[in-house]
Design a protein around this ligand. Sequence first.
Ligand SMILES: *[C@@H]1O[C@H](CO)[C@@H](O)[C@H](O)[C@H]1NC(C)=O
Ligand SMILES: *[C@@H]1O[C@H](CO)[C@@H](O)[C@H](O)[C@H]1NC(C)=O
Ligand SMILES: *[C@@H]1O[C@H](CO)[C@@H](O)[C@H](O)[C@H]1NC(C)=O
Ligand SMILES: *[C@@H]1O[C@H](CO)[C@@H](O)[C@H](O)[C@H]1NC(C)=O
Ligand SMILES: *[C@@H]1O[C@H](CO)[C@@H](O)[C@H](O)[C@H]1NC(C)=O
Ligand SMILES: *[C@@H]1O[C@H](CO)[C@@H](O)[C@H](O)[C@H]1NC(C)=O
Ligand SMILES: *[C@@H]1O[C@H](CO)[C@@H](O)[C@H](O)[C@H]1NC(C)=O
Ligand SMILES: *[C@@H]1O[C@H](CO)[C@@H](O)[C@H](O)[C@H]1NC(C)=O
Length: 412
Amino acid sequence: MLAKLRLLSAIVLVLTLPLLTDASVVDSDAAQITLPLAKRVNTTGTAKLLESDQARARAFRARAEGKWHHRRPPPVPVNNTAVVYVAPVNIDGQVFDLLVDTGSSNTWVGAGQQYNTTGKTPEDQVAVFYGSGFFFGDEYTATARLGPGLVIKNQSFGDAYFSFGFEGYDGILGIGPTDLTIGTLYTSNASIPTVTDNAYNQGLIRSKKIGISFAPTSNLSDPNGELTFGYVNQDKYTGSVNYVPITSTSPSSSYVGINQTITYGNGHTPILGSKWNSSAGIVDTGTTLVILATDAYEAYVTATGATLDDDTGLLKITQAQYDCLESLHFHIGHATYEFTPNAQIWPRTLNTAIGGVDDAIYLIVGDLGSPSGEGLDFISGFSWLERFYHVYDSDRNRAGFATTCFTHATTN
Ligand SMILES: *[C@@H]1O[C@H](CO)[C@@H](O)[C@H](O)[C@H]1NC(C)=O
Ligand SMILES: *[C@@H]1O[C@H](CO)[C@@H](O)[C@H](O)[C@H]1NC(C)=O
Ligand SMILES: *[C@@H]1O[C@H](CO)[C@@H](O)[C@H](O)[C@H]1NC(C)=O
Ligand SMILES: *[C@@H]1O[C@H](CO)[C@@H](O)[C@H](O)[C@H]1NC(C)=O
Ligand SMILES: *[C@@H]1O[C@H](CO)[C@@H](O)[C@H](O)[C@H]1NC(C)=O
Ligand SMILES: *[C@@H]1O[C@H](CO)[C@@H](O)[C@H](O)[C@H]1NC(C)=O
Ligand SMILES: *[C@@H]1O[C@H](CO)[C@@H](O)[C@H](O)[C@H]1NC(C)=O
Ligand SMILES: *[C@@H]1O[C@H](CO)[C@@H](O)[C@H](O)[C@H]1NC(C)=O
C-alpha cells in the first residue's frame, strides 16, 4: 500500500517592497515584489507521492512531443502532488491561492474558488493537462495583483468550469516558459503572456528574473518560501548565483531544463551522466521529489543500500545506513552543488503524514520510470530546491542556482 498522504499548501501573505538591489545585474532599479510562501501537510486525504511525480514527468514528455492537444486528453491522471507551494493572487478584487509552478505557464483559477464572471465576457476557451490533473474553462482578461507592488493589467487567465486533481487550492500561477501555453486556447495557436511577461512589458519589472527561495520545513506553520519578480534576493543565498543556459536537449528544452551530471560520495560514484556526457532534465517547483531515470535511480539504490518501502512508496534506509550515507553532488555548469545526507531524507517529523513510521528514514529520491538518454533524465523538485536558491530568467533563457544557509541544514 502506498502512502496515506494529502498535502495542503498554505499561504502566508506578507508582501514587501524591499530596497535591496541586485548588484550582480544592471536591473537594480527594477520594481520588486516578494511573496513569502509556506507549505503545510494535510494528512486527512491520500495521495501517491511518487506516482504523482511520475505522472507529471510523463505529461512533460507528452506535452513537449505534442502528443496531446486540448481536444485529445492524455491517459488518466493520478491525484495531485503531495506538497505544493501556493501564492495569493488578487484578480479583480478576489484573492485566489495559486500553486506556484515553473513546470507550466497558464494561470487559472476555479479549482476551488471561482471567478465572478458576472458582466464578463470570455475571450476564448482553454484546457491544460498536467499529468497530475487537468482543467477546462473560459479564458478572461482582468487586472491581477501580486501584492501591493505589482498591478498587472490585462492579464489573461482561465476560469475552470471543470477540473480534477487540485484540491486545497484555487488554481495555478504558471511561471514557466511562455511557449507552454501554445495550444491551450481553443480558437488560436497564440501563446498567452504569463504574469512575468505582462509585468515586464508593462514596465513594472525591469528583468524577467524570478527568484525562488524555498526552505526545509519541519514546522508547518512557519513561512518558509519566497518568490521575487524582477530581481534576486541576495539575503536568500550565499556566494553567487551561477547561471547555465536552458538545455538544448528535447523535451527538457521546453521547460526550465538544464544539463547536469550527478555523482555520489567522495569516491564520485557515477549516478547520472558523466563529465563528458551531461544529462538533460527539468527543475520544477511543481514536483515534490528528486526523480531520476531508472538506471540512475538503480545506481543510487546500489550506492546507498536502500530498499523500497511499501507503506510510503519511497526508499527507506536504516539508521546504520544513514550514518554512512554520503552526499550527492549535482554538477551544473562549472559549479557543484552538494546535496547532503540530511537533504536526501524526508523530514522525519513528517513521516507519519506520508503513512510512514516515526523512527524510519525515507529518501526523497525516486524512480522516474524510464531510462536515461531520452532527454528527460531527472526532475529536481522542491525537495531539492529547499536546499538551493533558484532563478528562472526567461528573458535570457537561463537558470541560476546558489547555495543557501539551508544547504547544509540538518533539520530533516
Ligand atoms: C485536506 O484534504 C482533504 C481531501 O482532499 C480535503 O477534503 C480537506 O478539506 C483538506 N483539509 C484542509 C484543511 O484543507
Ligand atoms: C484520488 O482522489 C479521488 C477523489 O478524491 C479518490 O476517489 C481516489 O481514491 C484517489 N486516488 C488515489 C490513487 O489516491
Ligand atoms: C459578482 O459581480 C457582480 C457585478 O460586479 C456583483 O454585483 C456581485 O455581487 C458579485 N457576486 C459575488 C458573489 O461577489
Ligand atoms: C491584452 O492581452 C492580450 C493577450 O493576453 C492581447 O492579445 C491584447 O492585445 C491585450 N490588450 C491590450 C489592450 O493590451
Ligand atoms: C494550429 O497549429 C496547427 C499545427 O501547426 C494547425 O494544424 C492548426 O490549423 C492551427 N490552428 C489554428 C486555430 O490556427
Ligand atoms: C512554528 O513557527 C511559528 C512561526 O514562526 C512559531 O510561532 C511557532 O512557535 C513555531 N512552532 C514550533 C513548534 O516551532
Ligand atoms: C547539454 O547537453 C547536450 C547533450 O550532451 C549538448 O548537446 C548541449 O550542448 C549541452 N548544453 C546545452 C546548453 O544544451
Ligand atoms: C550519456 O549519458 C546518458 C545519461 O546518463 C546515457 O543514457 C547515455 O548512454 C550516455 N552516452 C554515452 C555515449 O555514454
